[in-house]
Design a protein around this ligand. Structure first.
Ligand SMILES: [Zn+2]
Length: 208
């Protein structure tokens, strides 16, 4: 696939109705286009600045993010409720196939891969933390790993998706749960949504 996986689209500013031409990336290859990673991590690939009224608006669309180096492919399917999508044969082999529903989830997966952390284990850590805090309806997103303090930081969101606070998690908990996560086998050939619902189900099934 040597054709640039970019589509030019006409978008209307929701504030002033001015039409803009914007590049939509159907496929982002982080090895061929490393600069796009910053665009994903800062959300700039998903936002358009209107030169007419100076407002910023969000453009969400389906996108495939691949990294041959780290051997992962992440399918972003915004607003989807699917938990798995079969991988089309024209997409090459990748060790890790993930499905995400938002740009925040996409960012989290990229950050975890960069930090060399296993996302399945991270979901188990989140579940443990939420149960301990008795906030099962809240959500956590990985934010950072602080090597000097041997801890990870998570951002806590309430049911309305509003940021609540930063939660610390020791590396010890991660190491402890890594073994458990390795016992859960994943379906091959599918983009899988590995989130909190996945972790709850796996634990429920393993307990019997
Ligand atoms: Zn505008």
């Amino acid at each position: 696939m040597n054709t640039p996986n970019v589509q030019e689209a006409s978008l209307r500013c929701p504030y002033c109705n001015t039409e803009h031409q914007h590049n939509l990336y159907a496929i982002v290859d982080l090895v061929e286009n490393p600069s796009l990673k910053l665009g994903l991590l800062t959300d700039s690939l998903f936002s358009v600045h209107c030169s007419e009224c100076d407002n910023q608006f969000v453009v969400m669309h389906e996108m495939l993010v691949v990294d041959k180096g780290a051997s992962f492919a992440i399918l972003l399917a915004p607003d989807s409720t699917l938990t798995e999508v079969i991988k089309p044969s024209e997409i090459g082999h990748y060790e890790t196939l993930r499905l995400v529903h938002s740009s925040d989830e996409l960012k989290e997966k990229i950050l975890l891969s960069d930090a060399g952390l296993d996302d399945k284990t991270i979901e188990l850590c989140k579940m443990y933390l939420l149960m301990k805090m008795e906030r099962k309806a809240h959500t956590l997103l990985y934010a950072d790993h602080q090597g000097f303090a041997s801890q990870m930081l998570f951002t806590l969101f309430n049911e309305k998706d509003e940021i609540q606070e930063t939660i610390q998690c020791s590396d010890g908990l991660y190491t402890q749960l890594l073994k458990t996560a390795e016992e859960f086998s994943l379906k091959k050939g599918y983009f899988l949504h590995i989130g909190q619902a996945w972790a709850f189900n796996e634990i429920k099934n393993s307990v019997g």
